[in-house]
Design a protein. Structure first.
Length: 242
């Protein structure tokens, strides 16, 4: 069976549609089925991402960490809000944090801890919700909320922090990581119905980028927020330790 066929059967897991597939598709450009490497997924949820990675790349040694992980070998229970609990004797070649960074009260401390346990030439992949899609902008304008974040939640529901792309990149830099690449998860075809609204937004957005008086060059601004970002529900940051 080809890798492309395998990718089509990757489970969604505890994240937005297509995120796990996009992350593993990227990993396939960096490693092959025989690569020997240590991988950490944190938080790992129900372990579906770990299961998919180790099936496609049998040479990987993978560990999943979560406050409520699956009860089987390869998974560790830890309160990730406490850096003291995230301890390992080895450094990891690849660390993934998929749809997890918005769950911590102190995101900077969490990412600093990851910097301590990643190899000097390691790869960190962080994903999070894209709050600047056309759908989210329109929804916020009319209802005051984003698609992924209900206005009213139950008292016992997890607290999710809103972390836009630019904020997360700054926190990663403060934690000792350099963002090497930004990718957006391909949108479902239904998102393209927003095209008539996306076109004027994209033009006015880029005009604001060009006229903005800040230290970020126009080309970098445009690269962070390409046209496809107006339709994608999720972004992926590919980082290296600096």
């Amino acid at each position: 069976m080809s890798l492309e066929t395998d990718l089509d059967h990757i489970p969604r897991g505890n994240t937005a549609p297509g995120v796990n597939r996009t992350v593993i598709d990227y990993l396939s450009t960096k490693i092959d089925r025989a690569t020997q490497a240590a991988v950490l997924d944190v938080p790992c949820g129900n372990g579906e991402f770990i299961a998919a990675v180790t099936t496609l790349f049998p040479g990987l040694t993978a560990v999943g960490v979560d406050i409520a992980p699956p009860d089987r070998e390869g998974f560790v229970k830890a309160d990730l809000s406490s850096s003291e609990e995230l301890k390992f004797e080895t450094r990891f070649d690849v660390i993934t944090s998929i749809s997890g960074v918005m769950e911590f009260d102190n995101t900077l401390n969490f990412l600093r801890r990851l910097r301590e346990i990643i190899a000097d030439d390691g790869l960190l992949i962080v994903t999070n919700d894209n709050l600047l899609s056309v759908r989210d902008r329109v929804l916020y304008f009319f209802s005051g909320r984003f698609r992924q974040y209900p206005m009213f939640i139950a008292d016992d529901a997890p607290t999710w922090k809103i972390l836009p792309l630019q904020n997360l990149m700054r926190i990663l830099r403060d934690a000792g990581f350099e963002t090497a690449e930004i990718r957006y998860v391909p949108a479902k075809w239904t998102e393209w119905f927003w095209l008539p609204i996306a076109l004027p937004i994209y033009l006015s957005q880029n005009l604001a980028f060009a006229l903005g008086r800040d230290a970020v060059p126009y080309k970098e601004k445009a690269a962070r927020y390409p046209f496809v970002s107006l339709f994608s529900r999720h972004f992926i940051l590919i980082c290296r330790p600096n």
